[in-house]
Design a binder for this molecule. Structure first.
Ligand SMILES: NC(=O)c1ccc[n+]([C@@H]2O[C@H](COP(=O)([O-])OP(=O)(O)OC[C@H]3O[C@@H](n4cnc5c(N)ncnc54)[C@H](O)[C@@H]3O)[C@@H](O)[C@H]2O)c1
Ligand SMILES: O=C/C=C/C=C(\O)C(=O)O
Length: 490
């Protein structure tokens, strides 16, 4: 590493913050390590309240100019950023894989194209954004979508750039300025994005990126009085802290949190499809907020389901996420692996049985965990109620539709639910009864950015996506104008 630049898989990445259109170093740094092999990727600037204050000041200064920039020009710049991401897609993909250990083939084919799409989608949606004017006794009501101001966006490590741009794009489209605080385990692709936005011509201070720990720079950002919106994706305990911090200034919040989503498999389902959907839950080594980690199977088909699931899961290849043949890569961090294993140990001690897996895959080194399916688990047990965030699923059976729905909803979460059934009427009935922000019927992770996205109960507060993103990131205003002549006070 020289002059704050580190080279990751041949790609030069600046390790400093990006504040007001300039690179800014901190006195202290933290070490970013690759989960693939434990190698050091860089010494990253460790922000404090000083950098948080500077970033909010830069975002505040840039706000009036950006807010006044015509929608068409804002949209053009967002498309230019998408072009830049697409042009450097391979670099983004390999750097993200090095940093968080998710599959390179997923980053190439799915995740990084989605990053570009996040910008394109919200740019286009901005141009369509409107509201029909309406009349009240001769007065016109005109609704406008005013930009709100500087937005603090705080994001996790499991899909770093995808989840960051899912917030950055609508916030910028809306005419706001942004301060992003990426997760400290995955700081790199956000820094590359800063380069791309500069090349695209985004004015200085419109997007700022501060690196560092949540308890330090993160806390300083969410308590800042000049911040007009906070959007957070991460865990429930952190969300609680942020909500309390935001309470001081009553800063509006959007929270996208954890889950313990069910996969309901009815006897009338296409069993191969159901098994495919279940095995898909090991994607990203189980580090997916939406993952359907509680498999609920109708008891008459449980044996056959388990047989096919076991065969299918046995064919999964674990290993280096850069290898195109790999299906499951490492988990993010030794702490995360310890946490996953703790959940599994306690479940086994409480009487659970591991149908597959049940521990780390030691021959690959410390961070790989064997895909695990646990059965004989009590509904009120920790393993059924708490989010593990690793490749660990539970299997329970049900005897009736009512029981299936009762088990599915018996959780403090409500992010998503998936059901497999061959009966469209059952699909409709059950979907209507499930508590979840998204329900997938005979499919999983089909995402359309026009749809509302978020969770019920402790899976979140508010919805983002499509118009809902603009609802959150804008200060909606209604202007009521009297007729030029005639009526006053109606
Ligand atoms: N609903 C969704 O869309 C979604 C998507 C992905 C992940 N998740 C959830 O995220 C969690 C995993 O991510 P994680 O472990 O990085 O979560 P986390 O809550 O530990 O950290 C998330 C972010 O918050 C920051 N942070 C921590 N303390 C803070 C504080 N006091 N003030 C401000 N910022 C602070 C962290 O630095 C990080 O950037 C899981 O629960 C998962 O379900 C949810
Ligand atoms: O791990 C969680 C993944 C969340 C996905 C999205 O936020 C999305 O697809 O927009």
């Amino acid at each position: 590493m020289t002059d704050h630049i580190t080279t990751v898989a041949g790609v030069a990445v600046d390790t400093r913050h990006w504040i007001g259109g300039a690179r800014v170093a901190s006195e202290e740094t933290f070490t970013d390590v690759s989960p693939i092999d434990g190698s050091v990727l860089g010494e990253i600037a460790r922000g404090t309240a000083t950098e948080a204050t500077a970033a909010v000041a830069a975002a505040t200064a840039a706000f009036p100019g950006w807010a006044a920039t015509p929608r068409a020009e804002r949209a053009r710049l967002l498309h230019a950023i998408a072009d830049g991401v697409e042009k450097r897609l391979e670099e983004f993909a390999i750097v993200e894989t090095s940093d968080n250990g998710a599959l390179l083939r997923s980053h190439r084919r799915g995740v990084m194209p989605r990053v570009a799409h996040n910008f394109r989608f919200f740019a286009d949606r901005l141009l369509d954004l409107g509201h029909d004017d309406f009349e009240t006794r001769g007065h016109t009501n005109h609704v406008s979508w005013d930009p709100a101001g500087p937005c603090v966006l705080i994001t996790p490590w499991n899909a770093p750039l995808m989840l960051a741009t899912w917030k950055i794009a609508p916030a910028l489209a809306a005419g706001n300025t942004v301060i992003l605080k990426p997760a400290e385990w995955t700081p790199l692709t956000a820094s590359l994005l800063a380069d791309v936005t500069a090349e695209a011509g985004l004015p200085a201070g419109v997007l700022n990126i501060v690196q560092g720990y949540g308890a330090e720079v993160g806390e300083a950002l969410v308590t800042h009085a000049d911040v007009r919106r906070i959007s957070f994706t991460g865990s429930v305990p952190t969300a609680r802290r942020i909500a309390v911090a935001a309470g001081d200034h009553l800063t509006p919040l959007s929270l996208e949190l954890g889950g313990k989503s069910p996969l309901l498999v009815f006897a009338d389902a296409d069993l191969d499809l159901a098994v495919d959907l279940a095995v898909e839950q090991y994607d990203n080594a189980g580090q997916v907020c939406l993952a359907a980690t509680r498999i609920l199977v109708e008891e008459t088909i449980a044996e056959e389901f388990t047989r096919r699931f076991t065969a299918k899961a046995a064919a999964l290849t674990q290993g280096d996420p850069r290898d195109p043949a790999t299906d499951i890569g490492p988990n993010i961090h030794p702490r995360q692996v310890e946490k996953i294993d703790g959940f599994v140990r306690r479940a086994l001690n409480a009487g659970a049985r591991a149908i597959i897996g049940g521990g780390p895959k030691t021959d690959l080194g410390g961070l790989y965990y064997r895909p695990t399916l646990l059965t004989d688990v009590a509904q009120d047990s920790e393993i059924v109620q708490e989010e593990v965030f690793g490749p660990v699923l539970t299997l329970q059976t049900f005897a009736s539709e009512d029981e299936a729905v009762a088990l599915a909803n018996d959780t403090r979460f409500g992010l998503a639910a998936t059901l497999a059934t061959g009966d469209p009427e059952r699909a409709e009935r059950v979907s209507a009864r499930l508590v979840a922000g998204t329900v997938w019927v005979n499919c999983f992770f089909v995402r359309d950015l026009r749809a509302p996205f978020g969770g019920a109960r402790q899976s979140g507060v508010g919805r983002e996506g499509g118009t809902w993103s603009f609802d959150f990131y804008c200060d909606l205003k209604n202007t009521v104008t009297a007729p030029t002549e005639g009526v006053r006070h109606g």
